[in-house]
Design a protein around this ligand. Structure first.
Ligand SMILES: Nc1nc2c(ncn2[C@@H]2O[C@H](COP(=O)(O)OP(=O)(O)OP(=O)(O)O)[C@@H](O)[C@H]2O)c(=O)[nH]1
Length: 634
């Protein structure tokens, strides 16, 4: 839940950061655009103003000459009198000297050239139809007039006519003085500007006629903007700016215009908005792409992070479930479980382990595992290293080691079987170990009983034939080392069948148990008394030093067998016949030795019972001991 909530917050945070980046980008771009625009606007305004001022100065120079000429003509009344032009040519040349390669013409009231500065060529040519003449003649125009650019005024070159009327008495038109500015000069001057693609400079008359423009295009230069919205804007204020679309080419531009002094002219600098913002747009695209990349990266990272968190959340849930399942399993299993860290210090005990050892988790935590149990070998004596410790040291699983757990408080010892496994990380580091201990007390007791049953006689508890053989082989080996003699006494109770028959089978069993105890009581602890089966017993006597020693023991055996056996309040005396064989005198193999003893016992039976005879290889077994038997006793 926490992770899910957290992941949502991360997603929201990423979204907000992305939007922030986007907003910052838009704001920056907008500010950059504004700065860029303002800069361009300032530049264009300055440019427009400079051009207008330059043009004004040029026109002023021409106009001043025109004014002086008009005054001189009026005062001299040359045009009214139609006098010879020659004396006046000097006057004109004086007034019109070296002004921008221009020329000065004087027209009469019919539009014919009557004077021309710097020459008399084309005198008589008529300019009746020209706009500047018509303006003075028919429209009674006052002041300076800027005419339509024409080639006819100056030897095939385009010139800009600047004209003033010469009026006589009563204001009647007596002539027109015309000055010219070469369009080539104006265009050359404008061509020093470089404003970018689809941008340029226009010189426009206030009736909308485009006198010239740069980049220069002859056809468009003489087009008229009359009636257009742009012209209305230009004429609205002496100087200003606006964004408009040109009627000529449909391109959107920033127009910055300035009126040229008192002349009916204006200069405008028209810069394509696309060209103006080209650099900004390129930066905007680059920065925009970068900002978009950042935003997408931010969102992408958030998505990846959220997914990762969700995956971890799921893994943690699985892990928790697994851990819970493990905990419940450990809690409920009947075996004791002990966990340690890599140093063999206890980190976990399940309830069974706590109960078995008497340790609580708080007390046992970080204690070495050896406090829990002591490992012993099969005989219970030798202390071995803990399987847990071995598992930690070897990094290998240790299977089924027998151990003894001693209760911390009551000292009770429980036989356990322990298996331990190391806990190894993915990169092979031993992190700890887990041991499982199973209570095998009952099993161990059963095993011991089975062991006893396998090697002991059920009725008397004496070693059986198997254990006898084992001990006999050990005794033979020892005798071989020491050089001592080993005696095997083969005993068979005399007429035992009669006891069974007369007193019953239970009495027979009791008699057998009595005989077994009596035999065990009369020999050394190192000797072995064994019941071979039925009423047959074998006594193994290792480490005999002499025949006298053998005689003494044989007598003891004889006497033990003769001890009275009580049944139903009555005493009965048992007797036995026995045969003795000696190692290595009579045989060196166990089977042969037993066979020799059996043969001697058979000889004793044959000789009348109640006696023990020594085996003789080539002859009848010799009498060793013989018992006196009363007639009335069996
Ligand atoms: N009560 C009882 N009798 C047993 C047991 N095992 C064998 N017997 C009996 O022991 C008797 C052994 O008899 P034998 O040794 O053959 O003969 P005997 O009567 O002892 O006579 P001799 O050996 O010739 O002196 C048999 O009657 C068996 O039934 C037992 O575990 N309990």
């Amino acid at each position: 839940m926490i992770y899910r909530f957290f992941s949502h917050r991360i997603a929201w945070l990423a979204l907000i950061v992305s939007l922030g980046i986007g907003a910052l980008f838009v704001h920056t771009m907008w500010s950059m655009r504004k700065e860029h625009w303002d800069y361009q606007l300032r530049t264009n305004t300055n440019l427009s103003s400079t051009l207008a001022k330059g043009l004004e100065w040029s026109l002023d120079a021409v106009d001043l000459s025109l004014q002086k000429t008009a005054i001189a003509l009026r005062e001299t009344q040359v045009l009214e009198n139609g006098e010879d032009t020659t004396p006046n040519q000097a006057l004109l040349d004086a007034l019109w000297r070296d002004i921008n390669n221009s020329n000065l013409l004087v027209l009469d009231n019919q539009g014919r050239i009557v004077h021309r500065a710097q020459g008399v060529q084309s005198v008589g040519k008529q300019f009746l139809a020209h706009d500047f003449f018509q303006a003075f003649r028919t429209d009674s125009h006052h002041g300076v007039f800027i005419g339509r650019p024409t080639k006819e005024l100056l030897m095939g070159e385009y010139v800009l006519p600047v004209a003033r009327a010469v009026r006589g008495k009563y204001g009647l038109l007596t002539g027109v003085v015309v000055g010219t500015l070469r369009m080539q000069d104006i265009n050359a001057w404008l061509s020093t500007m470089n404003l970018g693609q689809h941008s340029g400079v226009n010189v426009i008359r206030d009736d909308g006629l485009v006198l010239t423009r740069f980049p220069y295009q002859e056809m468009q230069s003489l087009q008229s903007l009359a009636g257009s919205q742009n012209l209305a804007h230009f004429l609205a204020t002496p100087q200003g700016n606006f964004v408009g679309t040109a009627v000529i080419d449909g391109v959107q531009r920033l127009y910055t215009h300035n009126k040229v002094g008192h002349y009916p002219l204006l200069v405008n600098v028209a810069q394509s908005t696309q060209a103006m913002l080209h650099g900004w747009a390129r930066n905007a695209w680059q920065l925009g792409a970068f900002a978009l990349l950042l935003m997408l990266s931010c969102l992408g990272l958030a998505i990846m992070f959220t997914r990762e968190l969700a995956r971890r959340e799921s893994m943690e849930a699985d892990l928790f479930t697994e851990k819970e399942r493990m905990r419940l399993t450990l809690q409920s299993i009947s075996d004791a479980v002990i966990c340690t860290d890599a140093q063999g210090r206890i980190t976990y005990l399940n309830p069974v382990a706590k109960e078995l050892t008497g340790w609580t988790m708080d007390d046992a935590r970080h204690q070495p595992v050896e406090i829990m149990h002591v490992l012993r070998d099969a005989t219970g004596g030798y202390v071995q290293a803990s399987p847990l410790r071995l598992a930690l040291e070897s990094g290998q699983a240790i299977e089924r080691a027998r151990t003894t757990v001693t209760h911390r408080f009551n000292g009770e010892r429980v036989e356990m079987e322990e298996s331990a496994s190391p806990v190894i990380s993915a990169d092979g580091v031993v992190l700890g170990a887990v041991a499982v201990l199973r209570d095998v007390t009952v099993t161990a007791a059963r095993e011991a009983r089975m062991q006893r049953l396998a090697f002991h006689d059920v009725l008397t508890g004496l070693p059986n034939r198997l254990l006898l053989q084992d001990r006999a082989l050990q005794a033979i080996a020892q005798s071989k080392r020491t050089g001592d003699m080993l005696a095997v006494v083969y005993l068979d109770l005399d007429r035992f069948k009669q006891i069974n028959d007369s007193l019953g089978h239970h009495a027979g069993d009791a008699a057998l148990v009595h005989a077994a105890k009596a035999l065990q009581a009369c020999v050394r602890e190192s000797d072995t008394v064994c019941r071979l089966g039925g009423d047959e017993f074998v006594v193994l006597l290792p480490a005999l030093t002499s025949e006298a020693h053998l005689m003494g023991i044989a007598q003891k055996i004889q006497q033990a067998c003769a001890l009275p056996f009580t049944w139903d309040g009555k005493d009965y005396v048992l007797h036995a016949s026995g045969g003795v064989a000696l190692y290595p005198v009579h045989a060196v193999q166990w089977d042969a030795l037993l066979h020799c003893a059996d043969a001697a016992m058979y000889a004793a039976k044959k000789a009348g019972r109640h006696q023990i005879r020594l085996y003789q290889p080539q002859a009848e077994a010799s009498l060793l001991v013989c018992a006196e038997v009363p007639e009335d006793v069996v």
